[in-house]
Write a protein that binds this ligand. Structure first.
Ligand SMILES: Nc1ncnc2c1ncn2[C@@H]1O[C@H](COP(=O)(O)OP(=O)(O)OP(=O)(O)O)[C@@H](O)[C@H]1O
Ligand SMILES: [Mg+2]
Length: 440
């Protein structure tokens, strides 16, 4: 097994016809650019520094087009880097071809060989590898063995001659198939399998090679919800058993939060934060991470800050806990962004310190209900809050009518603030409770 180290990795593609090159200067962390400009961007990855520890399960997340697959392809050696270094274990692999890197990659569209049985699909990489090894020391006994294998190939299984090499392959295929619970399917062709079974064969092929590193690029995206949950658990269990360093790309919030030891968040080719799942949820470094982690996403509400501890907007006035004091003073009289997650807005009574919301959407999921609501108070309408949609969670037994006005209190220790210019999160130096004490 091995750690993977990425050092100042850059990747750019030549500009496509009719497209201009966006400069790296206006793409610094936290600055949001319009989507149109993003699509022209040819600097796909910028200054990626990441260390994945030996045996670690690292999840890589980010919006579509942010460079996740490109990064995986660079590590696998399928795409040349523009600049930077990649180490696998102690080896600098920059110039090495994919097959010399000892990395197995599972792609989203798991291409199995359609004319080969499940057994042969899993055995394929192993056979190729041992052929290469044997070629180096080709000798007469090897030729004799190959002859015996060839002559007995058409005989019933128990009469066939199995070379040492083939015996090793057989042991490996059988144990991997048992591990993935596909041992009863070994003689089938891929077209005779369900999507989930095919997915497991594809995983089996990667696992059988016993590589130093697994790269998995959205390997479950073709599965239905139930199979996805099952296979997710299976992958985590397998990874723990094998202890193979793994980088796993996903779009799925639940996968990201539950599978990884740590999550790396990528936006527009730059790493935003790398941390254990709960640290990302509790202590995001900037607005992007705060918005990306958590479902439904965090609400952002512009408010004015008045020293020493007051935030206002229209009729809404809330005094913050004391620990906000020193870090907030420089924002006196300025508008800043308040962040609050839907689960931290609590159904309450009319009061200035509470948010008045008019319900526009009710989504009852059975175990919980989410509301989409608008700030409706006359005074709010004249402020920055006008037309601002806020999502809140209410207990499932609470009956809510469309158009109804409800008041919500903000759980004080769950309030976030973001700098209006940099969009970096502002944290108090000390605080009595979560989320701010959840530091590693
Ligand atoms: N060969 C290429 N030539 C030019 N641009 C490319 C090439 N491959 C990828 N890109 C661009 O690089 C950016 C990142 O692509 P990538 O496939 O890494 O995104 P992703 O994060 O994997 O997205 P998704 O979640 O949709 O799979 C995209 O803007 C894409 O258009
Ligand atoms: Mg991709």
């Amino acid at each position: 097994m091995a750690k993977v180290v990425l050092e100042k990795v850059y990747k750019s593609f030549p500009p496509r016809k009719g497209e201009s090159v966006a400069s790296a200067a206006n793409t610094e962390m936290g600055q949001h650019r319009p989507t149109v400009e993003r699509s022209r961007d040819t600097n796909v990855l910028r200054r990626i520094n990441l260390t994945v520890a030996d045996g670690e399960f690292m999840v890589l997340v980010g919006p579509s087009g942010c460079g996740k697959s490109t990064l995986m392809r660079l590590i696998a050696g399928l795409e040349p880097m523009t600049a930077g270094n990649i180490w696998v274990g102690d080896r600098l692999v920059n110039g090495l071809p994919p097959k010399a890197r000892d990395i197995a990659m599972v792609f989203q569209n798991y291409a199995l060989y359609p004319h080969m049985s499940v057994y042969d699909n899993i055995a394929f990489g192993l056979r190729r590898r041992s052929t290469r090894e044997n070629n180096k020391s080709s000798n007469v006994s090897q030729m004799a063995e190959n002859l015996l294998v060839g002559v007995t190939k058409k005989l019933p299984t128990r009469l066939r001659y199995l070379s040492d090499k083939e015996r090793d392959v057989d042991e490996r295929v059988t144990s991997v198939a048992q591990l993935l619970e596909i041992d009863t399917l070994l003689q089938r062709l891929p077209k005779q399998l369900s999507g989930g079974q095919r997915q497991r064969v594809s995983l089996g092929r990667a696992i059988a090679r016993n590589p130093q590193v697994f790269l998995m690029d959205e390997p479950l995206s073709n599965l239905d919800a139930k199979l996805r949950t099952e296979t997710r658990a299976q992958i985590v269990k397998l990874q723990r058993q094998l202890g193979t360093t793994t980088i796993y790309v996903t779009h799925d919030q639940t996968e990201a939060m539950t599978m990884g030891d740590r999550i790396a968040i990528l936006d527009r080719g730059q790493l935003q934060q790398v941390a254990p799942p709960l640290e990302l949820y509790n202590r995001p470094v900037n607005r992007f991470v705060a918005e990306f982690i958590g479902s439904p996403r965090m609400n952002f509400i512009p408010v004015e800050f008045h020293a020493p501890l007051l935030i206002t907007n229209g009729e809404f006035r809330l005094t913050l806990p004391e620990y906000w004091g020193s870090v907030m003073q420089k924002y006196d009289g300025r508008t800043i962004l308040l962040g609050i997650r839907p689960e931290h807005l609590i159904l309450s009574v009319p009061a200035n310190k509470n948010l008045p919301l008019q319900v526009e959407l009710v989504e009852n999921l059975g175990n919980e209900t989410y509301l989409g609501a608008k700030l409706t108070d006359v005074n709010f309408q004249q402020t920055l809050l006008a037309n601002h949609t806020v999502q809140v969670r209410v207990p499932p037994d609470k009956s809510v009518r469309l158009g109804e006005q409800l008041w919500f209190s903000l759980t004080p220790e769950k309030i976030y603030f973001f700098d209006p210019d940099t969009e970096l999160a502002i944290y108090p130096k000390t605080s009595p409770s979560l989320p701010f004490e959840n530091k590693h």
